[in-house]
Unconditional design. Sequence first.
Length: 176
Amino acid sequence: MRPIVALFALALAVACQAPPPPEPEFTDADRQAIAGEIESLGVDMLALGSVQDHDAMLAFWSTEADSYFSSEPAVFAQGVQILSTMQEFREYFDPSGWNRQSTNFTVLSNRVAVLSPESAVQVVGGSYSVTDTEGETGPEYPMSMTGVWVKEGTTWKVVHWHQSWTDTPIEEETEG
């Protein structure tokens, strides 16, 4: 009989607890503020890529981006190439291996889907050109990029970025 009384008392104690307070409402204004912040951060990150400041560009990334994945990570994709870890990503963007002075980005569209107060997806459309180490700038190509952002503490960080482009310069696309 004592176990039944104890079980009943425990059930009663659990049932009488106050429900947790409701989650604060996530408003359209909250979404807009986050979207504006992400849009700005993405443009700032691309500007650093333009001047080949890889260390400053990498500061936009979560230092543990690969830990967000539940299986094999994919922190960066370029075309069909996938870089799994932040170490691979850092090695790929090692400036000593690049034959360019800058990558020149033009952002024509910048869209953000705010998934929660702590996560968002950014889609950037536009074009880019490359200026080589001799200062010569090549043709402009259409491109698109998608980034996944997460809030770490008070700072937004990238955990995945994908960029794609065509092999046909914009000037050739408009001629045909």
